[in-house]
Design a binder for this molecule. Structure first.
Ligand SMILES: [Zn+2]
Ligand SMILES: [Zn+2]
Length: 327
């Protein structure tokens, strides 16, 4: 069971609530639980699936663990308030819950969730490692482009994709179209936009696909939780809730027809200029040998991109004045 699957279960209450104090063998070096005793039976932790901020005090930690009996448990480490004395904080462990296994659930529960994923998407998810909204966007844009540009499903070795972001969508494009960064048929321009251009020699066509505005931003609740998770400040319940919102967003991107999801403009083929040259020249500033087509011309001085960025930063950012010290 993947972590996301476990988090979904917590929110849909596919769990056995335990809420018992248990004794835990704890590795003080790694700060992870090793074993716990519950109903006179020892459970060995075989994998830590995640650790989260606890919900009672700021020091509390919740561990999602897999044990040697094949189950997933949630263990809470609570600290007693130790204010006023210098002794190390005293803590106790609560075994909060066990996540029900697939074979314990009514079959339609997870069945319904798995229905969400069509075969094409399943292949892409396996490649990428998880199901996420950007992956769905890339998947659907690629499907639409292939359906339009190669309606009979003919192999399209001339296809070139220009993606204007650097998100999980790229993995879907690479997996579905076969256009990769390595073979030069996927060009990534990291402008932070959900825009994709598919160009083909086949019928001299180009398709500009952009995600419609109303699908670009997720809801406020989603964005707020995402921010909290990025800052490592989310409790497991918040992470589990985020998983639900994430599923909803994925569903929202999977359900509409292609023309409801995307704005599509067909233009004449205009092929991006391919970098055929493999000549390397020296950057005038740092001296690194750099692909000539990647050097930037600054009034006749050829410099590499990092040097260009550094120059621009120095030019535009006023530097704080430091007093000098003699060491
Ligand atoms: Zn992703
Ligand atoms: Zn340089």
């Amino acid at each position: 069971m993947r972590v996301e699957e476990a988090l979904r279960s917590i929110n849909s209450k596919d769990v056995e609530f335990i809420q018992r104090m248990v004794s835990v063998e704890y590795d003080s070096k790694t700060q992870f639980p090793l074993k716990f005793l519950y109903q006179r039976q020892k459970y060995r932790v075989t994998k830590i699936l995640g650790s989260f901020k606890g919900d009672l005090s700021t020091e509390d930690i919740a561990f999602l663990v897999k044990t040697d009996d094949g189950n997933i448990y949630l263990l809470d480490l609570h600290f007693l308030d130790s204010s006023g004395c210098n002794s190390p904080p005293q803590g106790f462990w609560i075994l909060r819950l066990r996540i029900l296994r697939d074979d314990e659930l009514m079959f339609f529960y997870r069945g319904e969730r798995k229905m969400l994923v069509n075969m094409q998407l399943k292949k892409v998810v396996d490649f990428h490692g998880h199901l996420c909204p950007d992956l769905v966007i890339g998947c659907r844009a690629s499907e639409l482009a292939l359906k339009t540009l190669s309606p009979k499903g003919e192999a399209n070795n001339s296809l070139v994709v220009i993606a204007e972001n650097k998100t999980s969508a790229l993995d879907a494009i690479q997996n579905i179209t076969g256009c990769t960064v390595g073979n030069g048929r996927l060009i990534v321009r990291d402008y932070g936009k959900h825009k994709y251009t598919f160009v083909t020699n086949h019928h001299d066509r180009a398709l500009k696909i952009s995600l419609k505005e109303r699908y670009i931003n997720a809801g406020e609740k989603y964005l707020g939780l995402e921010e909290k998770i990025i800052r490592n400040e989310a409790t497991i319940d918040e992470v589990a809730l985020f998983q639900v919102l994430l599923d909803e967003r994925v569903k929202m991107l999977l359900l509409p027809k292609h023309d409801e999801l995307f704005d599509v403009v067909e233009t004449k083929k205009e092929f991006p200029r391919a970098d055929v040259s493999t000549v390397f020249s020296r950057c005038s500033l740092c001296g690194d040998l750099t692909l000539r087509s990647r050097l930037l011309d600054m009034n006749g001085m050829f410099i590499c991109k990092p040097c260009f960025d550094r120059m621009r930063r120095e030019f535009f950012t006023p530097r704080p004045k430091y007093s000098s010290y003699n060491n």
